[in-house]
Design a protein around this ligand. Structure first.
Ligand code: CO
Length: 634
């Protein structure tokens, strides 16, 4: 009997795909005893965003979650997704941190480490794999699946043989965008087995294309060992095939999973109530089947990022142009699979190319990618593109070895820092801090305020998150939910809808009259960099002071008219991330003055001429719009 195993994803990928990874530990614990009796091959419960989100938004310790799940599920193997040298974040970490992370993850309960690299550059997987083998845990190396002229069946089969040679215990075909067809699934798995492939193969595919159930069937026929599923309330769409459906479909066949349908029904009932509690996070797009993925290869998460980035830049009408630009950029960058972090690099570069001209604006992350700091691109990048992105001296900037080779050990340093701050309560905290220095520190200091707690769910209808949820289904009801209690928010929204007014006010305070639902508000909007923010007076009564966004301090209003010189304008909406020069500094044309964080990427803002920095009009953390004056150079 070629029984098939099931990996249940409800505690990680299911709610990461459908509910922004927000499920709290206390909503998992009550059902774990039953889950432990199902007989899953493994339960995936950690990794990916389940590290970042709990410390950032839930005020929950991911290490505590791991320990309490392990305690409640002693019989079931727990799986985590490890982003290879990126651990559970978005940049390469030094080897000592990778080793320590794997050691402590295993010590606290992880039995199966699924390791992947976005580019299938296995040099990034060597140290994580070796670290896992050292702990004695199960090492499951993955190949990131995508469609492109270089990603042929032979490409994947060769990659799988390579992983086998590297000593992996099993292999995962990771189809994060949900576009593997039944034929491809069959041909790759069968092809691998026919050329001497010995490792058990697990198929992880998201449901978006609508073909995934069929792909699981064909994978079974080709000899797959395990398939990945979500218990039904959190299944399909950007999630994965439903556990109960797959179990029932294989019932009575040679691939029978042997799992107990009655028990699965109890899990289903439980997670239906959880789904209802977290209703405010539901987005209809997350549940829609969308076969267009196989044509443009843009995963759902990336698509919604593109839309929100264009909205932020007030350029939503350019979406079609961006969707045409994405495949061009992807080809020029050597066909990276569109998964974190390369999806972000390709997506934002495509947006920039459409808004500002092709490769006129290039974020640091694109340059790093082209330099080889993420790993080798699947297809080579042409010298022409390298020169366009890195400049004429591109050859000297290329990273030739393993990307992490140039990184210095960090564990001792981070541990000492934490000790000196009096925040070292357990060794695992060093990793929380080292991987997420800013938010990790805030969390360890106890300064994170949870978005919601389990007891407060479901959120009441007037809560802003519930209102956003309702609006996503019924855009026309917007006004009904705009509470009279917060006129500042209403006025802010109204002004945001008046871009011309907003951009006109950068040389001095601007007075506006805003009418909302019969009430007139007198609003004074101050230029960014002076007072920022705005005064709102509801005529004729009460005044509401709205603090400037970002900086949190209110400075005295002043205009910039006294400063003579050339204005350095902000090209797009974003947040000031770094200020690199001081007033009075001599600068050269093209020298970076500031770093603007836009669309989660760093963009250098350069001086437009040789001269002296006369004024800097913005501070770190300040939000700025397209057309804001950032600095004046005389
Ligand atoms: Co996934």
């Amino acid at each position: 009997m070629a029984k098939i195993g099931i990996t249940e994803l409800i505690l990680r990928d299911a709610h990461q795909s459908l509910f922004a990874t927000r499920m709290r530990t206390e909503d998992m614990l009550p059902i774990l005893d039953k889950m432990d009796r199902v007989g899953y091959w493994a339960v995936e419960m950690w990794g990916g965003a389940t590290f970042d989100v709990p410390i950032r938004y839930l005020n929950q310790d991911p290490w505590d979650r791991l320990r309490s799940i392990k305690k409640a599920m002693p019989r079931t193997k727990l799986m985590m997704l490890l982003r290879a040298q990126n651990i559970v974040a978005y940049r390469n970490f030094p080897d000592d941190l990778v080793e320590k992370f794997v050691y402590y993850a295993h010590k606290n309960g992880i039995d199966v480490f699924r390791i992947f690299d976005a580019l299938n550059d296995f040099r990034n997987m060597e140290v994580p794999m070796r670290s896992v083998k050292k702990t004695g845990a199960h090492c499951q190396a993955s190949i990131s699946y995508t469609i492109s002229p270089v990603h042929t069946e032979q490409y994947f089969i060769d990659k799988m043989l390579k992983l086998q040679e590297m000593g992996t215990d099993s292999i995962c075909i990771k189809d994060m965008a949900g576009m593997i067809s039944p034929k491809r699934a069959y041909d790759i798995i069968k092809g691998y087995k026919e050329v001497g492939g010995k490792c058990p193969v697990e198929l992880h595919a998201h449901s978006i294309s609508g073909m995934t159930g069929m792909a699981y069937q064909r994978a079974a026929e080709a000899g797959v060992s395990v398939v990945d599923c979500d218990i039904s309330p959190f299944s399909e769409g950007t999630g994965h095939p439903a556990t109960e459906s797959v179990v029932y479909a294989f019932k009575g066949t040679e691939w029978d999973t042997g799992l107990d349908m009655e028990l699965l029904m109890e899990l289903r009932d439980y997670f239906r109530t959880v789904f209802d509690k977290y209703r405010h996070l539901m987005r209809i797009e997350a549940l829609r089947t969308d076969p267009s993925i196989v044509m443009h290869q843009i995963p759902g998460g990336m698509m919604s990022n593109l839309v929100s980035q264009l909205e932020m830049q007030k350029a939503k009408d350019r979406l079609d142009a961006v969707l045409k630009e994405v495949p061009k950029v992807r080809q020029e960058l050597g066909y990276p699979p569109l998964v974190t972090p390369t999806s972000q690099v390709v997506g934002v570069q495509a947006v920039m190319n459409v808004l500002f001209g092709r490769y006129k604006n290039i974020p640091t992350e694109t340059k790093d990618y082209v330099r080889g700091m993420y790993g080798l691109s699947p297809a080579p990048i042409s010298d022409e593109i390298k020169e366009l992105i890195l400049g004429p001296d591109w050859r000297s900037q290329m990273v030739t070895g393993r990307p992490a080779d140039s990184l210095k050990p960090e564990w001792e340093m981070r541990r000492r820092e934490l000790l000196e701050m009096g925040l070292l309560r357990k060794e695992e905290d060093v990793l929380t801090y080292a991987i997420y220095p800013q938010i990790g520190l805030k969390f360890l200091k106890g300064e994170v305020i949870p978005e919601f707690t389990s007891e407060s769910l479901p959120l009441p209808i007037e809560h802003k998150a519930t209102r956003a949820f309702v609006r996503s289904f019924f855009p026309e009801v917007q006004d009904i939910y705009l509470s009279e209690k917060d006129p500042a928010q209403m006025v802010n929204d109204a002004i945001a809808a008046m871009p011309t007014q907003r951009s006109a006010c950068f040389d001095g305070p601007q007075k506006l009259k805003v009418e909302i639902k019969g009430n007139t508000y007198d609003v004074t909007v101050y230029p960014p960099g002076t007072e920022g923010g705005m005064d709102i007076v509801r005529s004729p009564e009460q005044a509401v002071k709205r603090p400037p966004q970002g900086s949190g301090t209110v400075r005295k209003a002043e205009t910039t008219s006294s400063a003579k010189g050339e204005k350095v304008m902000c090209p797009m909406q974003g947040t000031i991330y770094k200020v690199l020069v001081k007033e009075g500094d001599r600068v050269r044309k093209g020298q970076p003055l500031l770093v603007l964080e836009a669309m989660k990427m760093e963009n250098e803002i350069n001086s437009t001429r040789d001269g002296t920095v006369e004024r800097i009009l913005v501070g770190v953390g300040q939000e700025v719009g397209s057309g804001s004056v950032l600095a004046i150079i005389s």
